[in-house]
Design a protein around this ligand. Structure first.
Ligand SMILES: [Zn+2]
Ligand SMILES: [Zn+2]
Length: 426
């Protein structure tokens, strides 16, 4: 990249950082992407999808189709030092750099015409709303029929944006500080869902007649205890995370509480284990209600599916890294309990998410920002170009898999319908 190209793309990244936008509202970012694409490829066709999603293709009609993805949205983080004072949005997940990196890569491909030599088609897909937040607004969009998924990737899957794609590549900022320029491969992500347990009992006067009460608060206490003791039986390889909290209660000191709602997330590295632990949580809640002659209503809300990075695709990244001189270190196989909607997409097709260092502060924290723009905006996109080159002529179709959006919906339904609601006879 010439220094003018570097300066230009760095400025673009900074302008997105300075104008953070929450999911499905990324209008400024969308326009910045369109302007850049049009500047370097005036003839390009840009398909728009959902609210702010964009897709553009190079080298149409070849037998394999790779997508390079970038996430457009910021995080809700009003205490971040560069947060938007009106919306509370801040780019503390580094997505602003993803957009700039994708555009830098796109420009290299267009200017060099390298994509013409590739034996695959490549699409650049700019996806809204990766972060799972601002849910009241998204509920409104769902009610209006604008979207049907909180996450931008499942929404794009529903709209058919990925129907003709065989493989997806994304990149993501690495949290933490690194003394060497580093990439990361095969960092699997957890999937998650939300459980809400409404314990129901019977109110009576706490002083006069506690004897005929059914205490919902006590049921929730028993439930918390069961979860705590049950942690011993959780497979540590699955990196399970449970953070139960009391969400709603209607209590006063002289009335035995008759209703309390406990909510918890549940994160695991695999879908089957998510189903296993979800069942155990339900059983603990039912048992706690049963022990005290109460009832519990169970409600499950799906988050994102676990993400297993595709090892076959990663082998091409590793091969490119071995020939790369400016990137000094590689991290491999460090799974984490964070989640992303790339997990949902990886149910449909092989996906990888390549990590890159170059940041300081805490990811999703109050001080996250890039400190090595040369690496992020120049060296790393050039490296990705090498990865694409490695893939050229080498992709073995028999190592890929494909599932439909309908199959994805069925899987999510099967997780949700495990046990929608159950009362325990007192
Ligand atoms: Zn994030
Ligand atoms: Zn992110």
């Amino acid at each position: 990249m010439s220094s003018t190209h570097y300066e230009e793309i760095k400025k673009l990244g900074e302008s997105i950082y300075e104008n953070p936008e929450l999911g499905y509202k990324e209008e400024h970012t969308k326009q910045a992407v369109i302007d850049y694409l049009k500047k370097y490829n005036p003839e390009c066709t840009i398909q728009k999808f959902s609210t702010t999603g964009l897709r553009t293709t190079l080298g149409e009609g070849k037998p394999i189709h790779i997508a390079f993805l970038a996430e457009l949205d910021a995080v809700y983080a009003p205490s971040h030092f560069r947060a938007d004072s009106e919306t509370g949005a801040a780019h503390n997940c580094g997505h602003y750099t993803q957009v700039a990196i994708a555009l830098a890569l796109y420009r290299q491909l267009v200017e060099s015409k390298a994509y013409e030599q590739f034996d695959y088609t490549i699409s650049f897909i700019f996806v809204p709303a990766e972060e799972y937040l601002d849910l009241a607004f998204r509920d409104e969009l769902i009610q209006k029929g604008v979207i049907s998924h909180y996450g931008g990737k499942p929404e794009a899957m529903k709209l058919g944006v990925f129907d003709d794609i065989d493989v997806s590549i994304c990149v993501h900022a690495m949290g933490g500080e690194f003394s060497k320029r580093t990439i990361e491969i095969d960092c699997d992500l957890a999937g998650f869902l939300y459980k809400r347990y409404t314990f129901k009992g019977k109110s009576t006067h706490a002083g006069v007649d506690p004897f005929s009460s059914v205490n919902a608060y006590n049921m929730s206490t028993l439930f918390h205890t069961a979860i705590s003791l049950g942690r011993q039986q959780l497979d540590e390889k699955e990196k399970v995370r449970l953070n139960p909290i009391v969400m709603e209660s209607d209590m006063s000191t002289n009335v035995i509480p008759n209703q309390i709602k406990v909510g918890t997330d549940l994160r695991t590295l695999s879908t089957p284990y998510m189903q296993t632990v979800a069942k155990r949580l339900d059983a603990a809640a039912q048992g706690s209600a049963l022990a005290l002659q109460g009832e519990v209503e169970i409600d499950t809300q799906m988050g994102y599916l676990p993400f297993q990075q595709d090892r076959y695709l990663s082998s091409f990244v590793k091969a490119a890294y071995e020939e790369e001189e400016q990137i000094e270190d590689i991290w491999e196989d460090n799974s984490i309990s964070a989640a992303g909607d790339i997990g949902d997409l990886s149910y449909m097709m092989p996906c990888i998410q390549i990590g890159y260092s170059g940041f300081t502060g805490t990811i999703h924290g109050d001080d996250f920002i890039d400190v090595d723009p040369e690496y992020i905006y120049d060296i790393f996109p050039k490296f990705l170009f090498q990865v694409l080159d490695k893939l050229n002529g080498k992709i073995d179709r028999s190592k890929l898999y494909k599932r439909s959006y309908e199959e994805y919906v069925q899987l999510v339904q099967s997780i949700l319908e495990q046990k929608e609601e159950h009362g325990i006879e007192a």
